[in-house]
Design a protein around this ligand. Structure first.
Ligand code: ADP
Length: 484
């Protein structure tokens, strides 16, 4: 795939920490695999505790001077980085498709979406305002100063190899925090290319570092450090809980964006064109591998036959294939374990009485899975309770609005939810009753840099993007003036 790159120097195979591009101290490496073919693309350093500690020390050395720079100068650096990401968007997309599998056009879309966070937080950097508070006596004044939390770390997943990094790094840098990124070991090349571009933009070496390698060792070093004041994590609830436990000793600030089990409700009075396109975007984007993918599609009885007919017609238009092949809209899943989980959900549903309307358990040992629609799904099935993370649309039937709301909320997760109706009174009722961090009404998309993204319950804490996203990297210092 390197031959597809206009600028091959974006393909970095070393980590960037303690001021240099370098490998692990013991020279160990990990392979990076193309999920489409199983081919080893290259290797990256397998860093552990010692290298991570060096990165932390280096970030701490950079902290004070970075925190003192003007907001406008940090904004300028972020704007330069943003422009370089746009200028190199085609190459970044190639790197992403090679290591993650998503179709090239979708990868390019993610690069632009990811760049949007850099631009947004470049602008927000200029608007980090504090407060003045009316004092209870004449000789006092009270101010609230917004100050950077200190050294931050980002631990990111493989499903959005660029956007999950920029939505953490850009607000950290804007707020005045140095940040260390540990990308997924499955998709490190996109992260390394981003940091190469940050270097070219003039972002200081101590302010943005990337440590590739062993998740457990790196995670324990980051969470165990008192110098690291903040961890922002996107990934599984299991690892999020672990990081929260490990961070208890140092009382760290945490942002956790964890698993979801998104309901998507189609009421009898929905506009079917809008509902079907909402299902397609929220279910099949990234081959169903997003934490806000519709995991349970709840359809009111009266409209159910029409939804099935229209959905099957749309699903038939999807094209499964290698991300570099012309016209592919569904790439491979990330690895064999992901395929096994999808297959297990389909066969469990089948055994408990669901109907396979299209697709089904994949044959063969590759990572490609046919888009699948299951009818007559019930809450007894695994697919109702666990995140499938694949291109499987399970259809449930409900009768009343109250039943739909109860079914939707019947999950320990609370990230994304969607519903479709033309009735404005119902829209308010349902929108307010859904216990989720993000609700889409007549839309299947809730991820934009301008709006807060995040969950409640087991889906996490904190928000990314929007003006709220930068608060995660700021402390509020109460500054009291007395005896005036
Ligand atoms: P997923 O199931 O989506 O791969 P994970 O939670 O396993 O989600 O992975 C998300 C990120 O967490 C990745 O960067 C991964 O390397 C990292 N990770 C996995 N295990 C640990 C751990 N024990 N400590 C710290 N980070 C971890």
């Amino acid at each position: 795939f390197a031959s597809r790159l206009r600028d091959a120097t974006l393909l970095r195979q070393q980590a960037f920490y303690a001021g240099a591009w370098q490998g692990a101290i013991n020279g160990e490496t990990l392979p990076v695999i193309n999920p489409s073919s199983g081919e080893v693309l290259c290797t990256i350093p397998a860093l552990g505790a010692e290298e991570t500690q060096r990165a932390i020390d280096y970030a701490e050395a950079a902290r004070k001077s970075w925190g003192k720079t003007t907001n406008a100068s940090r904004a300028l650096l972020l704007e330069k980085w943003h422009q370089l990401i746009l200028d190199n968007a085609d190459d970044l997309a190639v790197i992403m498709t090679a290591e993650q599998g998503k179709p090239l056009a979708e990868a390019k879309g993610e690069v632009l979406y990811g760049a949007g966070f850099v631009k947004w937080f470049a602008e927000e950097a200029r608007r980090i305002y504090g407060d003045t508070i009316p004092a209870p006596s004449e000789d006092r004044r009270i101010l609230v100063l917004k100050q950077p939390v200190g050294v931050a770390a980002a631990i990111t997943p493989w499903n959005f190899p660029i956007a999950m990094i920029t939505r953490k790094v850009a607000p950290a840098l804007a707020a005045g925090c140095p940040i260390i990124v540990k990308p997924s070991e499955l998709t490190p090349l996109s992260a390394l290319a981003l940091v190469e571009l940050a270097q070219r933009a003039g972002i200081p070496a101590g302010v943005l570092q990337v440590v590739t390698g062993l998740p457990k060792e790196i995670g324990e070093t980051l969470t165990g450090s008192r110098t690291v004041r903040k961890i922002s994590f996107t990934g599984s609830t299991r690892v999020g809980q672990l990081l929260m436990q490990q961070s208890a000793d140092s009382i760290k600030r945490l942002s956790l964006e964890l698993g979801g089990n998104a309901p998507l409700i189609v009421f009898d009075d929905a506009d079917l064109d809008i509902a079907i396109s909402g299902i397609m975007i929220s279910k099949f984007r990234n081959a169903g591998q997003t934490c806000v993918c519709a995991n349970r599609i709840l359809v009111q009885r009266g409209i159910y036959p029409k939804v099935v007919e229209r959905l099957l017609a749309e699903v038939a238009k999807l094209k499964v294939g290698d991300g570099f092949a012309d016209g592919s809209t569904i790439g491979p899943l990330i690895n064999a374990a992901a395929v096994a989980k999808v297959n297990a959900h389909i066969s469990d549903a089948e055994q408990l009485g669901a109907t396979v309307l299209t697709g089904g358990v994949s044959s063969g040992d590759g990572t490609f899975v046919a888009p699948t629609v299951l009818g007559d799904v019930t809450t007894k099935m695994r697919i109702a309770h666990e995140e499938t993370f694949g291109p499987v649309a399970p259809l449930f039937i409900f009768d009343t609005e109250e039943e739909a709301i109860n079914m939707a909320n019947d999950t320990p997760f609370g990230l994304g939810a969607y519903f479709f109706t033309e009735n404005i009174r119902r829209a308010w009722r349902v929108g307010e009753a859904l216990e989720f961090g993000m609700v889409g009404f007549n839309t299947g998309s809730v991820s934009l840099e301008v709006a807060p993204f995040g969950g409640i319950k087991l889906s996490g804490i904190g928000r990314e993007g929007s003006r709220y996203g930068i608060e995660e990297y700021l402390e509020s210092k109460a500054f009291h003036f007395g005896s005036l």
